[in-house]
Design a protein around this ligand. Structure first.
Ligand SMILES: O=c1cc[nH]c(=O)[nH]1
Length: 223
């Protein structure tokens, strides 16, 4: 990782050659052969200056996009989904407004971390239940490694359910619903539809609906 481009990193991450999910390893290696200049490895959490101790809001995504985070190495960077996510974070003061879909754009998060539930790119954006379960150890370590965390925003049902399992919460105690807020296991969770191209193009998620989620998160962080 280029230390000049990525903020201090003090969350435990899978190694670049993580062997735990054979299907994802094979997919990663196929793309590493085709596109050797791409990242093609587990995508680490994106942290604010100050590292894990500075994190008050954790945004949990699904998994890297093939030509997005898997190419660039930064969550939601190069993915269509990042346009809405970073614009919305900036609007609520959780990021500066430098996002230009490149890792050298000068984008900085503020009191916010972005962590994918699955760190490696899955074929067709669909991790299997076994891959989600296997990678949860890293999600759990990340969430538990934020000592000043106030609120978690989950993007989509898979991220939501994996976050609950990471926290040891039964799914029925905090069911996924866009805009729902739950206080469970000492954590405040706000859930959202994923900001994918499909959801935004079909109107399942509008910018206003997404902003309402981060308004709730901002209220928890700033009182
Ligand atoms: O959930 C997602 C979607 C796109 N890119 C990511 O890093 N995560």
């Amino acid at each position: 990782m280029d230390a000049a481009l990525f903020p201090r990193h003090d969350v435990e991450e899978p190694p670049r050659d993580c062997p735990l999910c054979p299907r994802l390893v094979e997919f990663r290696e196929t793309w590493a052969a085709k596109e050797p200049s791409w990242h093609n490895a587990p995508v680490p959490a994106f942290l604010p200056p100050g590292g894990a101790a500075a994190v008050k809001l954790a945004v949990i995504g699904l998994a890297p996009g093939l030509r997005g985070a898997n190419r660039t190495g930064r969550p939601f960077t190069g993915d269509y989904a990042g346009d809405l996510l970073y614009a919305t974070l900036a609007k609520f003061g959780f990021a500066n407004d430098r996002f230009a879909a490149r890792v050298d754009d000068g984008l900085e998060l503020r009191e916010t971390a972005i962590v994918n539930a699955v760190r490696c790119v899955p074929p067709e954006n669909k991790p299997t239940p076994a891959e989600i379960n296997t990678c949860r150890q890293y999600l759990k370590t990340a969430i538990n490694g934020f000592p000043n965390l106030d609120v978690i925003v989950t993007l989509g049902r898979i991220a939501h359910d994996s976050t609950l399992r990471a926290l040891g919460v039964k799914l029925r105690d905090a069911p996924f619903r866009h805009g729902a807020e739950h206080a469970v296991a000492g954590r405040h969770i706000v859930s959202s539809y994923h900001c994918s191209r499909y959801n935004t193009n079909t109107g399942v998620l509008t910018p206003e609906m997404f902003e309402a989620v981060f308004e709730k998160a901002a209220t928890v962080v700033r009182g």
